[in-house]
Design a protein around this ligand. Structure first.
Ligand code: NAP
Ligand code: MG
Length: 487
């Protein structure tokens, strides 16, 4: 069965089959490096399509749950091998669909392979503890039960890694899945789902329905046959998802925005800090939830750091992510480009000094792309919108401080708390940062973006619902603890 009807029309995956939506409508997914290039048409589904997928997942849940973890793991190992065999095609599709450079897209797809293998192995690991009972004739222990049907709602910025880091643990711990991927990256998602199909997963264990967030995403939130919802995306939508889930008593997990700082202390290795600020802030065109967006620099090294940073930012090669030598691709969509440009205007209006970039970038090879120049603002005050709100674009805000205490105060003075880093060679500054930084990921002498798949991932404050994904932490969301007493 093919995932496409014509070369460019991609279908939903429901109960083991690729099917068209009952609406008969499709929508286009375009290439942000050239808006005239259609990467594919995806199904504009209705609630009826979603209900079929949920019914299939519900019917599949008992037989899937009854398999041993090792049996479920074998499917994930197969899916990993198939994803690996298709790495070139999937990474190329990702670059075409949402713009990140091909090397980054390939790295992300390889990450997806590694995540699948990691969770395949988790099927063989312990799920509970024996707890001494006060009754000498009793055995007391914990085990874990899957939630049942898990609804997965994902953003476009990591179109392979995020769906995989949610679906793989959902599946290994015995849940079935209905995924609604981001519309901007749904062709890539369909190709990932195809790998699971080829791995031979039983019908209904994994289902994908594409369509608008307000219909299909909201439909997942509202449907009482969905037992748990795992969401990654914006702050605004995430809070709505959480409220909807809570209202009907479903388990939910939200990973949302960030406003991630890097602190550069007076004793930092400035070249390293510049390199990490550029990599953490501007790779993927700044469209990572862990991207650096605030650069908090000690007054003694501020000028030197700023001059080195701007010189390097000016060397960045912007272009189509499929072209050799491109370091930074376009914004993922026209909306995203307009958001970035409006924050740049706001920064100027509020009195920050624009010292680099700031404009839409016209690429002669790709005249219809959503490109923007990497942008640096100087003399940013912490109350400005560009220092408080998530921009999700290649914009860095430089803030000057006089000491580590002030640096930490500024770093913590936002509603988000996803990731943060510090550049220093001083152990006591490192320890203050580890202790006082309000972020789920704190990194010393390393960029704010970048996480290892075997470690817990998630934010503090308004970046998350305070749960964690990835590594062994994933078991907490995708299962419930059952305490067993045997007499
Ligand atoms: P988004 O607009 O919130 O969309 C995320 C997903 O939710 C998409 O699949 C979207 O569908 C769907 N959706 C939209 N409205 C919905 C509704 N009313 N109910 C249910 N679902 C709905 O976010 P995005 O623009 O795709 O992604 C960027 C954001 O993701 C940034 O804020 C970034 O920080 C965050 N992010 C966070 C993490 C993390 O781990 N903390 C990682 C990556 C990204 P459509 O695509 O059809 O609109
Ligand atoms: Mg697109």
């Amino acid at each position: 069965m093919s995932l496409q009807t014509k070369k460019e029309t991609f279908l939903n995956f429901v109960n083991g089959e690729w099917v068209a939506s009952s609406t008969g409508e499709v929508e286009e997914s375009i290439n942000p490096a050239n808006k005239d290039e259609i990467v594919g048409y995806i199904q504009k589904s209705s609630l009826k399509d979603l209900e079929k997928a949920i019914t299939a997942a519900k019917q599949a849940k008992n037989p899937w749950r009854k398999l041993s973890g090792a049996e479920r793991g074998n499917y994930l190992y197969k899916a990993a091998d198939i994803l690996e065999e298709n790495i070139e095609d999937i990474a190329t599709t990702m670059t075409k669909e949402m713009g990140k450079t091909f090397p980054e897209a390939k790295g992300e797809t390889a990450r997806g392979v590694a995540i699948l293998r990691y969770y395949a192995g988790e099927g063989m690991r312990k799920v509970g503890d024996v707890i001494p009972s006060t009754d000498s004739e009793a055995l007391m222990f914990t085990t874990r039960s899957p939630l049942g049907v898990v609804g997965v709602i994902t953003p476009w910025n990591f179109p392979v890694a995020i769906p995989v880091w949610k679906m793989a643990p959902a599946l290994i711990y015995g849940n079935t899945v209905v995924i609604k991927p981001a519309s901007e990256a749904a062709v890539t998602a369909a190709k990932v789902i195809k790998c699971f199909e080829e791995a031979g997963l039983p019908n209904g264990v994994i289902n994908m329905v594409t369509g608008s967030g307000s219909v299909i995403g909201q439909g997942i939130v509202d449907n009482t046959d969905i037992d748990g919802i795992t969401f990654t995306g914006s702050d605004m939508v995430g809070k709505q998802v959480g409220q909807g889930a809570l209202a009907r008593g479903a388990k939910y997990q939200l990973e949302m925005g960030g406003k991630n700082p890097v602190i550069v202390a007076e004793d930092a290795d400035l070249d390293l800090a510049v390199e990490a600020t550029i990599s953490g802030g501007l790779r993927s065109t700044g469209q990572k939830c862990t991207a650096t967006s605030r650069v908090i620099v000690h007054a003694d090294v501020y000028e030197e750091f700023r001059n080195k940073l701007v010189a390097k930012v000016k060397e960045i090669k912007i272009g189509n992510g499929l072209q050799d030598g491109t370091w930074m691709g376009p914004c993922a969509s026209e909306n995203q480009l307009n958001t970035v440009l409006s924050y740049i205007s706001k920064g100027k209006e509020e009195g920050a000094d624009l010292i680099c970039g700031g404009n839409r970038y016209q690429d002669s090879d790709n005249p219809n792309g959503f490109f923007v120049e990497p942008t640096v603002f100087d003399n940013v005050k912490n109350n400005m919108a560009i220092a408080q709100e998530e921009i999700f674009g290649p914009v860095l805000a430089l803030i000057k401080v006089d000491n580590i205490e002030e640096a930490l105060e500024v770093a913590n003075d936002v509603k988000f708390g996803l990731s943060a880093s510090i550049f220093t060679t001083n152990i006591s500054k490192m320890l203050s940062f580890i202790e006082d930084m309000e972020a789920g990921l704190v990194r010393i002498n390393a960029e704010s973006a970048g996480v290892e798949l075997q470690a817990p991932f998630g934010g503090m404050k308004q970046s998350s619902s305070h749960s964690r994904e990835q590594g062994q932490a994933a078991i907490e969301f995708f299962t419930s603890i059952k305490t067993v007493f045997v007499k």
